[in-house]
Every structure is written in C-alpha cells, then in structure tokens.
Write a protein that binds this ligand. Structure first.
Ligand code: NAD
Length: 503
C-alpha cells in the first residue's frame, strides 16, 4: 500500500467525534479545526472544538456517572480495565498509525507507546488494590480509622508529544480510585484520543470517560468548572502557571497536579565507557521516539573537559546514522516536528545558539529528500554551550543537544542545578561513590545512573522546582485521586454494652 493510501485508510476508519455521556457530539459548540499531517503538510481530518457548554455537559455527565462507578468497587472497575486492555490490544496498530500521521512521531516508536500503555492498564488495578486506609492509636480502647474517598470528577489535560499513550495511561489512576473523567488532549494531536473516545465506551459505563477536544478555551472551561475539584495537567510551565491562576480565579479551591517541562542534565565523568555514554545521550534525547520533543530529554549534556572533544565527535558520528522521513514509513527513525509553528520555534533556538557563540557541530536545518511541506529538522548538536545562552537554559522541546564542558565537581553541580527546572537527570560514571553522591546532590525528581529516559511503572515520576507538582505512575499518584476521611469512634465500656444487650 502506498503511504498516501495508508493515511487515507487510517483516517477514514473513524468519525473523529467528542464523546459525552456515551454519545457522540455531532455539533461541537465551536466548530472544527483542521488536523494536519506534519510529514506532508496535508489536512487529514477535522477536529471538533468544544465550547464552554460542551465542557459543562461533559462535566455533568461525569458527575452523574460517578456514584455508579464508585459503587462498582475495585473489582468491578478492574474488570472494566481488563476489557479496556482487550479493546486497546485489538486496535493497537490503528492508534500507533494515527499518532504517526497526526503528530509526526515515527510509527515504530508509537507501536512501542501502545505496548507500554497496555502494561500500565495491567499495572494500575494491582497497585490500587494494595492501598489501604489506616487504624490510628489515637486513644486507648477506641477505634480511629481512615478511608479513601474519590474526588468525583477529574479534569485531565494532556500534552501533544505522546498522544495515545497519554490518553490511555493518564486517566487510569483517577479511574481506578473511583473518579469519573473529562479528558482533553492537545489540540495539536487529538485524532488518536478521539478514536480512543469510542474505545473507552466499549469498556467503561457511559459517562465515566468523556472526551472533549479544543484548545485554550476548552481547557480554561474545564479548569474553572465548579464541579471539577481535581485537575491533572501535563504540559508546559507557562500553561501550568496559567492553570493555577484560572483555578484560583474560579473561586473554588482545587487540587492540582502538574507535570511540566524539563531541561535535563546528563552528567558525564571521565571514567565512563565512552560508547555507552554516547549511546545514552542519544537514547536519552528520545530522537527516534518523538524528535526530542520530550519532557525527559537530556538536552544538556555536561561532559568532563578531558573527554569532551572525543565525546562530541562520537556523538556527531552517531547522529549521522539516523534516517529522517515520513513518520509512517517503516524506514523512518526520526519524523517531522509537530507543527509549522513549533518548527519555527525550534529553528529560532538553533539561530540563537549560533548568534550567542555556541559551535553548531551538525544539523539544525532541513534535511534533503523529505516532503517539501513537512516540518523536518536535522537534529542539532551544539558544543561549547554556556548557561547564559538561551539554548543552555530554556526548554526547547525539540532535537537540539547542548554540550557543556566542566572541570571541577562544584562547577558541574552548579551547572546541573542552576535552572528553575528539575525534572530528570542522569549520572554517568563507573565509580559507585561518585554515582550515588552525585545522584543525591542533583536537584531533579528522577535520576538515572548509567541510564536515561526509561520509566519504571510503580516508581514515582515527577520533578522538583518548576517541573512538577506531584508524582505520577506510582502509589503516590493514586493517593492524590482520593481524599482521606478519618472516623473516630468512642467505644463505651464493654460492661455497659453487655448489660444493655444481654441484660
Ligand atoms: P502546552 O502547555 O502548550 O499544552 C498542553 C495542554 O494544555 C494542551 O492540551 C493545551 O490545549 C492545553 N492548554 C493550553 N493553554 C491552556 C490554558 N490556558 N488552560 C487550560 N489548558 C490549556 O504543552 P504542549 O506544547 O502540548 O507540550 C509540551 C510541554 O509539555 C513541554 O513543556 C513538556 O516538557 C511538557 N511535558 C511534560 C511532561 C511531564 O511528564 N513532565 C510530559 C510531556 C510533556
């Protein structure tokens, strides 16, 4: 099948409609926007835009469905998860393909995203079942205990870079704890979530998962809605701050978790196996997953000066091995950036790096042999980056690697911790003491030693400083979807009770 027919058959398979209360919304309040394939620049579908009224409908349907969903208990909800797992398994290829078409991520990587999502669907019910309330020794002879209560309706807003994976996995912890959901994906990459909206209905009762699409207006309406007491967000720092403001201005106190940006440091000591560390730098950039458009990418590589030249040369050679191309072509390692606007933004960072005196070792421009209207960018490798440069301190969210040199340990720690962001970091050395002491000093929420990028389900993922509020993918996250309720019971004396009951 030609690539063009592949796209046509993928997008004609579904009607991309929001689903509220189990019903497709045929007339979205704000009309539609075009979904463009960034590999070719062609419009492939129309994405509905929710109005405040649509958002209100979605929230009220979620609210009506919540008591029934909670009453199913853990077992009943876990059964729906098992059904959902089956539905996703049957539609794996379609979802991966939609993400490649709509977002530009290579098809091979998007298949992996769906595999990973299946593991999360399997994982959450067990993790949730292990959560218990507590009995407190508050006063002798009496009973003091706590239990968990879901918030009710959770509003979930996600970022553009792993569309299907976020739409599948991010709702799961809130759902298993008994909340219902209104999910809003990024307006840049909504197609797989709209396909998923139908798949959710095959596994969950109507109203439990409501899917709305749209941009800022839809997001704001969800954030400010009085019946949404718990909000969970994945996206940029600026939007995270805007959400905090909108939530506060709604006049309701809301519980928020924010998974935001990163400008993550990879620290390389001179005793490393150079090839392994170079491979780690490549792997940690997520170039062949999402063109480096990843919150966890190690976009700042801090290499000890004694091996920097050799390291940069090896990195340059390794970068030359990637094939850039149309995202749904099986041969492609690196696809296009998500949109023209993002391409311009990332390109302007490349220009600023050159202007501010960093050495562009390779990349940073359009590659040859790709469709003219596609948003392709050859991964850029900069050496000699310093912290005053924009490419050295701002999140670019694209295929740009900034290499810094360092001589003293204190200088390296200052560089690594010198930003307002602190999502992930990695330490590369064969010395155990240096590895663990440095991991302890790095101001980041998730640190790898001689590894990068991999998430391990069950361990808390999130960052420090402006990168996050909260931790995901773990029991810590489950606890954020429930409120604790404490019950104190005064127990009268046994003698009195016995007299009353037995006479
Ligand atoms: P973004 O902040 O532009 O948009 C994210 C979502 O917020 C979208 O659904 C968008 O429609 C919505 N939105 C935009 N303005 C809004 C507003 N005022 N109120 C409510 N909703 C609003 O982010 P993006 O460009 O989609 O994603 C890139 C960013 O996400 C990067 O900063 C990246 O680091 C971050 N990210 C973080 C993680 C993490 O786990 N920490 C994971 C992926 C991406």
């Amino acid at each position: 099948m030609s690539l063009k027919s592949l796209v046509e058959s993928a997008v004609s398979k579904r009607s991309f409609q929001m689903i509220i209360g189990g019903e497709a919304v045929t007339k979205p309040g704000r009309g539609f926007r075009e979904a463009t394939d960034p590999s070719t620049g062609e419009v492939v579908a129309q994405v509905p835009l929710a109005s405040a009224k649509d958002v209100d409908d979605a929230v009220s349907n979620a609210l009506s469905a919540q008591a029934g969903w909670q009453a199913l208990g853990h077992e009943g909800r876990a059964e729906c998860f098992a059904k959902f797992h089956e539905v996703i398994r049957q539609n794996q290829e379609e979802l991966a393909l939609l993400d490649a078409i709509d977002g530009g991520n290579p098809i091979k990587a998007m298949r992996f995203d769906i595999d990973l999502s299946l593991a999360y669907i399997r994982g959450w019910p067990g993790l949730a079942q292990a959560l218990t309330g507590q009995v407190y020794p508050a006063s002798p002879g009496n009973l003091h205990y706590s239990s968990h209560r879901p918030y009710g309706v959770v509003g979930r807003i996600t970022a553009f870079n792993h569309p299907a994976m976020f739409a599948i996995t991010r709702p799961l912890p809130s759902l298993i704890m008994g909340n219902t959901l209104v999910l809003k994906p990024s307006d840049e990459t909504s197609l797989s979530t709209l396909a998923l909206a139908q798949m959710f209905q095959e596994a969950f009762p109507p109203g439990v998962v409501n899917v709305i699409t749209g941009g800022v207006e839809a997001g704001e309406a969800l954030v400010s809605h009085p019946d949404v007491k718990r909000l969970a967000f994945t996206g940029s720092v600026n939007t995270g701050l805007a959400i905090q403001k909108t939530a506060a201005e709604s006049g309701y106190v809301k519980n928020l978790s924010l998974e935001l940006g990163g400008k993550n440091a990879m620290v390389v000591f001179p005793d490393v196996d150079l090839d392994e560390a170079v491979e780690g730098a490549i792997f940690g950039m997520n170039l062949d997953v999402c063109q480096g458009q990843s919150c966890g990418s190690n976009s700042r590589v801090l290499v000890h000066s004694s091996i920097r030249e050799e390291f940069v040369a090896a990195l340059e050679a390794r970068l030359a091995q990637f094939t850039l191309g149309v995202a749904y072509d099986e041969k492609t390692d690196i696809g296009p950036l998500v949109s023209q606007a993002h391409h311009r933004r990332v390109s302007s960072y490349v220009e600023s790096g050159i202007e501010q005196g960093a050495r562009l070792v390779r990349g940073g421009s359009r590659p040859d042999g790709v469709p003219e209207a596609g948003t392709f960018l050859e991964p850029a490798l900069f050496d000699g980056v310093t912290p005053d440069m924009r490419i050295g301190r701002e999140e670019i969210f694209g295929p740009v690697i900034s290499v810094f040199g360092w001589d003293s340990y204190e200088e390296m720690i200052g560089l690594a911790n010198g930003l307002d962001l602190g999502l992930t970091a990695s330490v590369w050395t064969n010395d155990l003491t240096i590895a663990h002491k440095t991991a302890d000093l790095l101001d980041a929420g998730y640190v790898w030693i001689n590894d990068s990028t991999r998430h391990y389900f069950g361990t808390p993922f999130g960052g420090t400083k402006n990168s996050s509020i909260g931790r995901e993918e773990s029991q810590d996250e489950l606890l954020t979807y429930v409120e604790q309720k404490v019950v104190h019971t005064r127990m009268p004396s046994l003698d009195n009770a016995l007299k009353r009951v037995l006479g």
